[in-house]
Design a protein around this ligand. Sequence first.
Ligand code: GUN
Length: 302
Amino acid sequence: MTRAEIIDGKLFAERLRAEIGRQVVRLREEHLVTPGLAVILVGEDPASQVYVRNKAHQARGASMASFEYRLPHNVPQENLLELIARLNADPAVHGILVQLPLPPQVDTDRVINAIRPDKDIDGFHPVNAGALATGGDALVPCTPLGCLMLLKHRLGELAGLRAVVLGRSNIVGKPMASLLLREHCTVTIAHSKTRDLADECRRADILVAAVGRPRMVPGDWIKPGATVIDVGINRIETPDGKGRLVGDVDFDSAVQVAGSITPVPGGVGPMTIACLLLNTLEAACRQLDLPVPSGLMETAWG
Ligand code: GUN
């Protein structure tokens, strides 16, 4: 059996970020505008701290303005809502991201609903989720958008392909299914209550795994030649105590069967942040009534 092609999300994301950076510089030179991203972190969760630091760092790397807000884990909900209201009204801020998960005293839905939909660069607000589901103009959640870019880069036309999305979260599974449907795939969303999960997966030309269970999908669930997108980022214990990151797919067996596959790390993860910057650029252009740069993905890949 030949080994699958490894889809290099890290390289793709680097090129996309560089192209976004060029567009940001052009926006500043031609329209005197700098897209601004505000990131809010509540609490001290180590993984969230790393994500937030990366997001702010890469926004600056793409010549954007970056604003970071760190609030204590016991912050009253009202203070967080007040901060969001202030950022909603701030013309220097074009995108607002509240890092999830939030502590229990905060109602996550209320927080998401408080973000102005045109600054909701996560694409989580019901206005954006609804627009995506009904085929309207939406800010699209970053992880599924990154997955779609990798799929289109690898496969070109997706129409008519059978796609199975494992996982039904609002952040990945549902928007991923909407995006694939928009590309005219035949889409199945599978989840923990799905009967014959392995058989469903074996029918997929495109398999997107987003369940958060380390190495749950073995190679013999994969159709030979399928394209496999692994969204999972799971830390597992190792004998040396250092731990290591693995996906939702058992890479070693899957790589023997699939036609192409994203690795973990270095696959979907870097694309998520690149798409966050893309959404911030798009949000800035829309707020200022400027044309949204098109063809960024094609230019990025060259
Ligand atoms: N926590 C884990 N993933 C995400 C994401 O995509 N956006 C936000 N805001 N928080 C997250």
